[in-house]
Design a protein around this ligand. Structure first.
Ligand SMILES: C[S@@+](CC[C@H](N)C(=O)[O-])C[C@H]1O[C@@H](n2cnc3c(N)ncnc32)[C@H](O)[C@@H]1O
Length: 212
């Protein structure tokens, strides 16, 4: 099912690149958080979307080997356009992160990055995404999960409550997840979670792999 989202971004160039306003807005804070966390090495990005984050992060943090991926093959042109000529970004590939078993294709990553995906998929799919993402990580590898979350079952602003309601109206199985529940799924996947506050009540939940 194709979701109606407020700002998925229109093509802004002949090479197909898109720049969704939300990605432009939150790219700076996400980049600075990942820099402060010492992001390094091989990084698998799940749900790269337009590819804007991939381009901003690999341009600012040299030495990364960043693999962008997305469910939608139509996004690969935009991702490739944004990351063309950026040292460190590998060619994008299609990945359905809610399909069990995909972790075998991306072994031994120092990190996995997921930005603004969990509220768009079901709880069952989210648990598969987190458990597969945990399994690509090398020992002590980290999952960086950014997005909006419920706190104790509640949205943190009227805008978030309205967006959550609009998602559930389109598909009752999707919508914002409660951060405590997500942290429980992370623990079940062998990750030790901690939270980093981000602008606009968003969170970066960082799960460190606790087993090998
Ligand atoms: C709101 S966009 C976020 C894109 C990008 N991470 C960003 O923040 O700009 C959500 C993305 O998730 C992708 N997506 C949805 N379901 C997915 C799945 N099961 N596996 C991988 N990607 C998925 C969509 O194709 C879309 O590009």
């Amino acid at each position: 099912m194709s979701l109606r989202l407020p700002d998925s971004g229109t093509a802004t160039g002949p090479d197909g690149r898109r720049l969704p306003p939300s990605a432009e807005r939150n790219a700076g804070p996400i980049l600075e958080a990942l820099r402060a966390e010492g992001l390094h090495g091989r990084v698998l990005e799940i749900a790269s979307g337009s590819g804007y984050h991939a381009a901003r992060i690999t341009a600012a943090l040299p030495g990364l080997i960043w693999q962008p991926t997305d469910l939608d093959p139509a996004n690969l042109a935009s991702i490739a356009a944004w990351t063309a000529g950026t040292e460190g970004a590998l060619p994008p590939v299609v990945l359905d992160a809610a399909r069990p078993g995909w972790h075998r294709d991306f072994p031994a990553q120092e990190a996995a990055v997921i930005i603004n995906l969990l509220h768009l998929i079901s709880e069952t799919a989210a648990q598969v995404v987190l458990s597969e993402a945990a399994r690509v990580l090398a020992p002590e590898g980290r999952l960086f999960l950014y997005g909006p979350f419920l706190r104790e079952g509640l949205a943190t602003s009227e805008g978030d409550a309205a967006f959550d309601a609009s998602l559930r109206a389109q598909d009752p199985a999707i919508g914002y997840k409660d951060v405590a529940e997500v942290e429980g799924w992370m623990r079940a996947a062998g990750l030790s979670p901690r939270r980093r506050d981000m602008p606009a009540n968003n969170l970066l939940v960082i799960g460190t792999k606790t087993n090998s």
